[in-house]
Design a protein around this ligand. Structure first.
Ligand code: M6R
Length: 366
């Protein structure tokens, strides 16, 4: 059942190229320059007239929502707010009839997310679900939705659910960007072509597995770990830190790289590994200068870099390469080494990666 892998988690990490492909298959018609998603197309006016999109989710699904915030705002120019479902449900939030609420949940059974959906519906919002489990409570409670086609995710630490959630949300953002006239037909086409190449690039990223295992052996006894990223990769930093906490029980925190100087930099010394997502995009130079600041305080740097990068490689203690892609698609690649890093650290510490202590696969109680 683990298909020759030692754990479900590792199997699920390796299933990502296929899971992403399965998620866009039939929806993304590259040759015709089209995206077809019944759940979106049937309610396109709701999406196009929305003054804003609210995302409600928990845990890793919340991180996928944060990535979506960056992608929706960049491509479709629709304001997005991302909320922890547990906060949203109790804080008397402002919900309008022209809001679109997107609820993201792998299991489709998370109690807080379910309660947030009910509240949004009571206030007249249109609620769209992004779930993995077919027929789950959330998929039935929402007005419409689009499934991720990740297949069953057994490991408690979410991996392929995350990347397929990002895939679905990217498809929606692209569809809305096109319908709103925010991107040209040729841009749209180029984006689809690039998205289609992501599964094979994820495969390339998985090739770093042995290198990452070796890095894990160096840092397995760390007490703390920082994860830094900017822009589209800030949420990836949060997700990398969550993964490490969950399965290795090492304390880890994710931060937007530039926030470091507002506090966390005080933590940095020679015992502090810092994972920095430094792909050669957008704010690359700024990330490089963040890395220099860490270096000068003797922090150990594990850089996630674009293939062929030399600048960060020269500064970092370790550099893990991912293929080049469009900036808004980089989270689908940069996530991979962070999953593998936490996996190998946890294994080196003898942890049960599939069933970490104190955690359940779906949190059906408050
Ligand atoms: O099933 P859901 O996506 O609603 O679950 C949300 C969180 O409980 C879940 O992502 C949790 O944080 C995972 N253990 C993360 O790996």
């Amino acid at each position: 059942e683990k298909g020759g892998y030692d754990s479900f988690m590792l199997k699920e990490i390796y299933e990502q190229p296929q899971a992403i492909k399965d998620t866009f298959r039939g929806r993304m018609l590259v040759d015709q320059g089209l995206i077809k998603m019944a759940g979106v197309d049937d309610h396109i006016d709701k999406f196009l007239n929305a003054k804003r999109i609210l995302v409600v989710a928990c845990g890793t699904s919340w991180h996928a929502g944060l990535v979506a915030e960056y992608i929706f705002e960049e491509l479709a120019r629709i304001p997005v707010e991302v909320e922890y479902a547990s906060e949203f449900r109790y804080r008397n939030p402002v919900i309008n009839e022209d809001d679109v609420v997107i609820a993201i949940s792998q299991s489709g059974e998370t109690a807080d997310t379910m309660a947030a959906i009910k509240l949004a519906k009571e206030n007249g919002a249109f609620v769209f679900g992004v779930c993995n489990v077919v027929g789950s409570s959330i998929s039935r409670e929402t007005h419409a939705g689009a499934y991720t086609h990740a297949g069953p995710e057994i490991g408690v630490a979410s991996t392929k659910a995350f990347t397929t959630q990002i895939t679905v949300l990217t498809l929606i953002a692209l569809q809305l960007a096109k319908k709103k006239g925010k991107i040209s037909t040729s841009q749209f086409h180029n984006y689809l072509v690039e998205l289609e190449s992501i599964p094979s690039k994820v495969k390339d990223a998985l090739e770093s597995n042995d290198h990452i295992e070796q890095i894990a052996s160096v840092y397995k006894n760390a007490k703390n770990c920082l994860y830094l990223g900017r822009g589209f990769n800030f949420p990836v930093a949060l997700e990398g830190a969550l993964k490490l906490k969950e399965i290795s029980y090492i304390h880890a925190e994710g931060y937007p790289a530039a926030e470091m100087k507002h506090g966390p930099i005080a933590l940095i010394d020679s015992d502090m590994p810092v994972v920095v997502i430094a792909t050669k995009k957008g704010h690359y130079e700024k990330v490089v200068s963040n890395i220099q600041e860490i270096k000068s305080r003797e922090g150990k740097i594990i850089g996630v870099v674009t293939q062929g990068d030399i600048d960060v490689r020269g500064l970092a203690d370790h550099a893990i390469e991912v293929p080049d892609t469009l900036e808004f698609l980089t989270p689908l690649l940069t996530t991979i080494p962070l999953q593998l890093l936490s996996y190998h650290i946890a294994i080196a510490l003898g942890r049960d990666v599939d069933q970490p202590r104190n955690l359940a696969k779906s949190v059906t109680v408050e």
